[in-house]
Design a protein around this ligand. Structure first.
Ligand code: NI
Length: 391
């Protein structure tokens, strides 16, 4: 089967590169993927898949029914949205939409979803189960997966695979990680209410700026002294505002930040833990406070069995030299984790780095991919899907 998949992928590659370049030239922002989803639906229909449009607002689902010997449904999720970035890459198929760019490789992801569907659509006579391809919108604003799930995109689905391109991994290499791949990302807002006064007479006021400084320092110290250092937490205050004049003590400070973690138990206790520290400090100095903790996306936790299937099928397809077991998870976030709240899944990294060349990072206006990764990506996804039904 591996050779059959490779042969089909080889034949399809020129078409897939054409698709990828079309998507790259016509990027659309999160939640506005109208042309992209219409294009995706067209390709899926032409391969004989059952297509559902407007799932999760601008998402698309394509379903491919095999021989039904196996009742399970395996999903493959790819995302379709682009970023508000002006493209600077010197390529012929650069973005035609000013200020919008596929700088996170979601054009490649969409192509991989389509390519895998195209390959498996030619093997339905021997495909034991059902494949469901999710083309998700709005990953960059961490909303698309929620919209898809709310619209029933993973109803009856047993397992899900996802992929993200990675420029610091060489093209043709598959990056695999067991357990945590990305962090949870939550939003934090703290409002400290003190009392205004003359800058010369601090004892007659409650200085919200000084208390805010204590809160920021206190939180960072508390992470180092009260949290398990093997379960990392990153808390970054990115915005702070308060005060009106150099000689007037500020009565209010508002700050906002992001909180990241990799460990499920640490994550669960974060809201209460942070509120407790902030309230303790504010109370000590007579200020009032409000702590708003907003859960964003959870951490991507790769399922052991699905990761094992991916690893063994990839090793068989590419040899050990092109498999990279990723040492460290990322503290970035990825809303693929939203599906994992309900079903087991595994996301891997597809190397798109230029071998011996310069690699710009994701979200960079010069970001480029080595397109040879598309062949690697579709074969990896198609063969892992095949092996899923053998396990
Ligand atoms: Ni991305």
């Amino acid at each position: 089967m591996l050779n059959e998949i490779k042969k089909l992928a080889e034949k399809l590659t020129p078409r897939l590169i054409e698709i990828r370049r079309h998507l790259h030239a016509h990027p659309e922002l999160s939640g506005q993927e109208h042309q992209t989803s219409a294009y995706v639906a067209g390709v899926l229909s032409s391969c004989g898949l059952n297509v559902l449009e407007a799932v999760g607002k601008t998402g698309v689902i394509g379903e491919l029914v095999g021989t039904n010997q196996d009742q399970r449904i395996l999903a493959i999720r790819t995302d379709m949205d682009a970023l508000p970035i002006q493209e600077n890459a010197q390529i012929k198929f650069a973005s035609q939409n000013p200020g919008v760019m596929h700088a996170c490789g979601h054009d490649v992801h969409t192509t991989l979803g389509l390519g895998t569907a195209m390959i498996l659509s030619q093997l339905t006579d021997t495909l034991p189960g059902t494949m469901r391809f999710l083309f998700q919108p709005a990953e960059e604003i961490a909303q698309g997966a929620k919209w898809m799930v709310a619209d029933g995109a993973i109803n009856n689905v047993n397992a899900i695979y996802g992929v993200h391109v990675f420029p610091s991994i060489s093209a043709k290499t598959v990056g695999i990680r067991y357990g945590a791949l990305t962090a949870s990302a939550d939003d934090l807002e703290i409002i400290i209410q003190g009392e205004s006064g003359h800058g010369a007479r601090p004892h007659q006021a409650i200085d919200a700026i000084w208390i805010a400084a204590q809160v920021i320092t206190g939180l960072q110290q508390a992470i180092s002294r009260t949290q398990n250092p093997l379960h990392p937490i990153v808390l970054s205050i990115g915005k702070i505002e308060g005060g009106r004049a150099a000689n007037v003590i500020a009565d209010q400070v508002r700050m906002t930040g992001t909180v990241r973690s990799l460990h499920l138990e640490s994550h669960a206790q974060l809201p209460a833990w942070i509120a407790n520290i902030v309230e303790g400090i504010c109370q000590t100095y007579g200020a009032k406070c409000q702590v708003n903790y907003q859960r964003g996306v959870p951490s991507v936790q790769n399922d052991y069995e699905l990761t094992k299937i991916l690893e063994s099928s990839s090793r068989e397809a590419w040899g050990d030299g092109l498999i990279e077991i990723i040492a460290d998870p990322s503290l970035g976030a990825e809303d693929f984790s939203v599906y994992l709240d309900d079903i087991p899944g595994c996301m891997f990294r597809l190397g798109v780095g230029k071998i011996n060349g310069k690699n710009y990072p994701l979200h960079h206006p010069n970001f480029e991919v080595d397109e040879s990764a598309i062949f690697t990506g579709v074969v990896t996804l198609a063969y892992a899907s095949w092996q899923y039904y053998q396990a």
